[in-house]
Design a protein around this ligand. Structure first.
Ligand SMILES: [Zn+2]
Ligand SMILES: [Zn+2]
Length: 307
């Protein structure tokens, strides 16, 4: 593939600043970038895939298709998973990248390459919503209005959910949510004080404190789904909150064959990714793109590197 857009994710930032992410420490230098789109420029011998020239997005959980997890349909927790940007595979912050044919999905003609790359975080959200078994009757709360939180919001909205509340400390990001007519607060306690509780709480902030907030926001017998990668990696929370309410806590990992569904949601116009604010950088300014992401500005949910 000729890479046309790569978005910077929080896990890229962690790898860049901390030298590890999600419990993985690379032993050698490795390039980042797993949210990307581009054009097919060549096919391997005997490979069946969309023809050269096709504009595609990529599901980065490259699974083996043969282990017990794959055979039970849980391809995102494949025992032999390969994920570009985690050892041993370089990521997409490059001009070209080779991808397995099963991972590429043609993007709608109407979508830009940036929207094509946004299909990956949308696929992560679609997987989390599916894993939590959300229906339109549920009330939900979303902690964190970054790209994953916002994609979760867009997924829930198009399902017809009417009771959605969002918690986001950054003002500009709250404004974006407010413009959609969705209830938004700067902290979980603001919602709790207003008597709001949710059947299902999505933790999309990737912060240890947000997990405890999620437990407080969930109604008795509710569900908390952890979508962000907890930071720090060892987390603690008060067990009694969860025990008294008999909460279900679910951990969600990446996306599970959900790029196709994400693509259909965009192609049908049910989700408009063009509304997500993105700031563009050239490949030689990748470090600035990472720093911009780390500063969590109010007017940008993703930095895009355009190689
Ligand atoms: Zn990501
Ligand atoms: Zn497998």
């Amino acid at each position: 593939m000729r890479v046309r857009a790569v978005l910077i994710c929080a896990s890229d930032v962690r790898m860049y600043w901390d030298g590890h992410a999600g419990g993985v420490v690379p032993k050698e230098p490795i390039s980042q970038g797993h949210e990307f789109s581009g054009e097919i420029v060549a096919l391997g011998e005997g490979v069946t895939a969309p023809p050269v020239g096709t504009r595609v997005a990529v599901e980065p959980s490259w699974h083996c298709g043969e282990c017990d997890m794959c055979l039970s349909g849980r391809t995102n927790i494949c025992r032999n998973i390969v994920f570009p940007s985690f050892p041993p595979r370089n990521g997409a912050l490059a001009e070209y990248i080779a991808c397995p044919a099963h991972a590429v999905h043609p993007i709608p003609d109407s979508a830009t390459f940036i929207e094509g790359a946004l299909l990956e975080p949308l696929g992560v959200a679609v997987h989390a919503v599916r894993l939590a078994q959300v229906t339109r009757e549920h009330s939900i709360a979303i902690l964190g209005a970054g790209a994953i939180g916002v994609c979760t919001l867009l997924t829930a909205e198009q399902m017809g959910l009417e009771r959605i509340a969002v918690v986001e400390p950054v003002e500009g990001r709250r404004e974006w949510v407010k413009r959609r007519g969705v209830k938004v607060a700067a902290s979980a306690s603001e919602l709790i004080d207003a008597g709001i509780e949710a059947d299902i709480v999505f933790e999309c902030a990737g912060e240890s404190a947000a997990i405890e907030d999620a437990l407080h926001l969930a109604r008795p017998a509710g569900t908390v789904i952890v979508v962000g990668i907890p930071h720090p990696e060892r987390i603690s929370f008060e067990a009694n909150i969860s025990r008294r309410k008999e909460l279900t806590i679910i951990f969600s990992r990446r996306s599970r064959d959900t790029l196709q569904e994400a693509t259909e949601l965009v192609a049908s116009g049910r989700i408009d990714l063009s509304s997500i604010p993105v700031r563009c950088f050239t490949l030689d300014r990748t470090a600035e793109a990472i720093e911009a992401t780390a500063s969590r500005p109010g007017d940008m949910l993703r930095a895009a590197v355009i190689p």
